[in-house]
Design a binder for this molecule. Structure first.
Ligand code: FMN
Length: 166
């Protein structure tokens, strides 16, 4: 393979990890919301923890800050249009869950909804947060993981290869 010349690239969002996710949350007043999140990842194996980065100006930010919980929903390609809608509209301007016809379900442990049409839903309790700059990274202890039965083996392992990620 021929070596390519290198140029200096922009530093902003220079890691592009996959998958992008939908984070669902519920305010203390009972209202539900969902936003698209690209700043996310695993951050502990034992105990299992994940993190999501939320910009403080997002409507969802105060909901997560006050409730202390959120759900990370993994998204497949069939949900692309809904993902784009939820990532480009704010609850501040109207009920985007109704507008995008998002089907919600109840969590087992935390006070936030799951997205029924997403193959995996990860319930999390916020155990810490760090304001890194543009984003606040919420560290979530994983409390319960829902997965569609057709991607689960008998031991509860998810076959991620069966998810056609965005
Ligand atoms: C691909 C994609 C990735 C995004 N990643 C993030 C993110 O990591 N953190 C964030 O706060 N907003 C992110 N956004 C923007 C929010 O999803 C968007 O501003 C949303 O409308 C916020 O909704 P809300 O104001 O109802 O909370 C992303 C949007 C897209 C399309």
């Amino acid at each position: 393979m021929a070596l390519s010349e290198k140029g200096q690239a922009n530093m902003k969002s220079c890691l592009q990890p996959l998958p992008k996710v939908l984070v669902s949350c519920r305010g203390l007043n009972g209202e539900d919301n969902v936003l698209a999140v690209g700043y996310c990842g695993n951050c502990s194996y034992a105990p299992p923890m994940v993190m999501v980065g939320i910009v403080p100006t997002r409507y969802s930010y105060n909901m997560i800050k006050e409730s202390g919980c959120f759900v990370v929903n993994l998204v497949d390609k069939s949900y692309c249009a809904k993902f784009d809608y939820l990532g480009s509209h704010s609850k501040r301007d109207g009920d985007k869950i109704a507008a995008a016809e998002i089907l919600l379900g109840e969590s087992k442990i935390v006070k936030a909804p799951i997205l029924r049409e997403c193959p995996v839903n990860i319930e999390c309790t916020v155990v810490d947060s760090i304001l890194t700059g543009s984003h606040e990274m919420f560290i979530g202890k994983v409390e319960y993981v829902h997965a569609n039965s057709d991607i689960l083996d008998k031991d509860g392992n998810i076959d991620y290869a069966k998810i056609d990620f965005l």
